[in-house]
Ligand binder design. Structure first.
Ligand code: PYC
Length: 335
């Protein structure tokens, strides 16, 4: 037997962005909560993250999800990125729901509906699934509360032409108007967006770490470029999330959309419960809205409870193998 490691996954894409749900081959995970299990995995199994997500089995934008049991919800889950672990991931939550459906672990009731609660490191999210003619037709999730911590932060990388708002939506975001950064929100603009987004992220995080941005105390995970229009009265937020110099979210981004909702609602550009179309650069959309949340943020910020709706499609079932003499046992990424 020359295999040193065998891992099975169910892969899906949500509006173009991949989710690789690990279904077999992991050791028993230690920890009481999803956050503790994620920390234990990072301390003890991080090589499996790079083995599964990096080349040659994955790529810089691959996202993984580990499903666990939970003491407080129907399931627990944590999310693996190619560079880090994410407190919450919206597109992967939709992918995970589609995977549970594919595996027959969840299915429609007589009304064509299914639902489950999910404990993630950021909190508890509620997932609802709708079926049409027996097929999964939509997945929506009520995210953890979203809130803005800093407005109009000047960005030197934008050569004095723009600013960002810093917002929690399950991950931390710097939200930047794409026009200020001269970003074309289309596949042709991706290289420029990744260069600009990673420069903005580095600048903002250096200033947050130095304590120089009032209200912001956590480094941002990503920079979200947006353009706002209205079509037939509905607000359309076209958006592109940059996570790293070689990594952008192909989907409209569930946590990024949550952050965007909090920004729009706080600014009075959207009414509570009003639906927006969150659109990616491939013209695939999430439908999203948010309602006021009773709890407030850590410094008394007003909070919003986002509801994001999309769909994921299964792309494959995989058995990944690492042989004993593989010269690249951890995989690799070229930045
Ligand atoms: O959908 O929340 C999301 C997400 C985060 C990183 C990639 N996708």
């Amino acid at each position: 037997m020359s295999s040193q490691r065998v891992i099975t996954t169910v892969d899906s894409h949500t509006a173009g962005h991949p989710t690789r749900v690990i279904t077999g081959g992991l050791p028993p995970l230690k920890g009481r909560t999803a956050a503790e299990k994620c920390d234990w995995f990072e301390a003890n199994c991080d090589e499996l993250r790079t083995f599964l997500l990096h080349e040659p089995r994955g790529h810089s934008a691959m996202v993984g999800a580990v499903v666990t049991d939970s003491a407080v919800a129907d399931y627990g889950a944590f999310f693996l990125g190619s560079y880090n672990y994410l407190p919450m991931c919206g597109h992967a939550t939709i992918g995970l729901a589609a995977t549970l459906d594919h595996l027959g672990l969840i299915g429609p009731d007589e009304q064509g509906k299914a639902a489950f609660t999910l404990e993630v490191p950021a909190g508890i999210v509620t997932v609802a699934m709708r079926y049409q003619d027996g097929l999964l037709a939509s997945v929506s999730f009520q995210n953890v509360p979203a809130f803005v911590v800093a407005w109009g932060v000047p960005v030197a990388a934008l050569a004095g032409r723009g600013a960002c708002d810093i917002v929690w939506g399950g991950n931390w975001y710097a939200l930047v108007d794409a026009a200020d950064a001269g970003i074309d929100l289309s596949p042709a603009g991706v290289q420029q967006a990744m260069a600009a987004g990673s420069a903005i992220k580095a600048e903002i995080n250096a200033r947050i770490t130095a304590g120089n941005i009032a209200g912001a105390s956590h480094p941002v995970h990503s920079v979200l470029f947006y353009r706002t229009t209205r079509e037939e009265g509905v607000l359309v937020s076209r958006q592109l999330v940059v996570l790293a110099p070689n990594k952008f979210d192909r989907s409209p981004c569930g946590t990024g959309t949550s952050a965007r909702l909090a920004q729009l609602l706080d600014a009075g550009a959207l009414a509570p419960g009003e639906r927006i179309r969150a659109q990616n650069i491939l013209d695939v959309e999430f439908s999203a809205s948010a309602l006021p949340e009773a709890a407030s943020g850590p410094s008394g910020e007003s909070c919003w409870r986002p509801l994001i709706e999309g769909l994921a499609h299964i792309t494959g079932l995989h058995t990944f193998i690492r042989t004993k003499n593989d010269p690249l046992p951890l995989g690799f990424l070229c930045r």
